[in-house]
Design a protein around this ligand. Structure first.
Ligand code: NAI
Length: 244
């Protein structure tokens, strides 16, 4: 279905990003995993994509917050895999703390990774999509960007920013055959949330569907948006009803 397209997935080495990479590979896309952490994990995801689905899959170590590095990485992906049609901006971090005591660095780091990182990739990929007259951009936001969340002023600001970025990108690029949408996950069981184990039960009680989401729940929504030609500028909550 996606044969002939390359999909870039930032933060594709684990968690939600790894599930998205495998899902898009299962649909026939060649895969470029951008990651910041473990080389081994990134290579493992690529191997699973190519062994299971016969697609090309390559890993690129790159800090999404760095404008020049992302520019060079996108050029390398185009050179190695060609025809970039899909971009999933998934890389993200948390540095939680209360407003009254949050360090400046904790605010800057989260905005730089989650918000500017998404801008950097869109900025470098969209000229290629415009030339190809096709693009599917999916940004991973959060219910924290919709509802706000105590202890996450930096994170919820970055994720609300991602929604604004999504809507403007959708409006600017619609005439070029490019759609841009956001997904707002709720509480998904990954490394990012494993330290919240103590408050797990309280969080689960606040979810109408009474369970944590899985990375595959988010990958399913990405697959929908990649194939939904008439949906753009939308924000889809995948949160078990958390933000109703
Ligand atoms: P995770 O912590 O398991 O994975 C994050 C990925 O981002 C890793 O592959 C990491 O290497 C990469 N990354 C981090 N900083 C980077 C940088 N500067 N440059 C390149 N790559 C970088 O997190 P998880 O849970 O899989 O989250 C994925 C996305 O979903 C994030 O944007 C997160 O904010 C969002 N999200 C997660 C929720 C959850 O409950 N787990 C809820 C709502 C949103």
């Amino acid at each position: 279905m996606l044969k002939g397209h390359t999909a870039i997935i930032t933060g594709g080495s684990r968690g939600i990003g790894a599930a998205v990479a495998k899902k898009l590979a299962s649909m026939g896309a060649d895969i470029a995993v951008i990651y910041a952490g473990s080389d081994e994990l990134a290579q493992k995801v690529c191997k699973e994509c190519s062994d299971s689905y016969g697609v090309k899959a390559m890993a690129y170590k790159c800090n999404v917050a760095d404008f020049e590095q992302t520019k060079e990485t996108v050029a390398a992906i185009k050179n190695d895999l060609g025809n970039i049609g899909i971009l999933v901006n998934n890389a993200g971090i948390t540095r939680d703390g209360l407003i009254a005591t949050m360090k400046e660095a904790a605010f800057d780091e989260v905005i730089d990774t989650n918000l500017k990182g998404s801008f950097n990739l869109i900025r470098h990929v969209c000229p290629l999509m415009i030339r190809g007259k096709y693009g599917r951009i999916i940004n991973i936001s959060s219910v924290s960007g919709i509802m706000g969340n105590p202890g996450q002023i930096n994170y919820s600001a970055s994720k609300a920013g991602v929604i604004g970025l999504t809507k403007t990108t959708a409006r600017e690029l619609a005439s070029k055959g490019i759609t841009c949408n956001a997904i707002a996950p709720g509480f998904i069981a990954t490394d990012m949330t494993k330290d919240l184990a103590q408050t797990n039960q309280d969080i689960l009680n606040a979810i109408p569907l009474k369970r944590a989401g899985t990375p595959e729940d988010i990958a399913g929504a990405v697959a929908f948006l990649v194939t939904a030609d008439y949906v753009t500028g939308d924000v889809i909550r995948v949160d078990g009803g958390m933000a109703i």
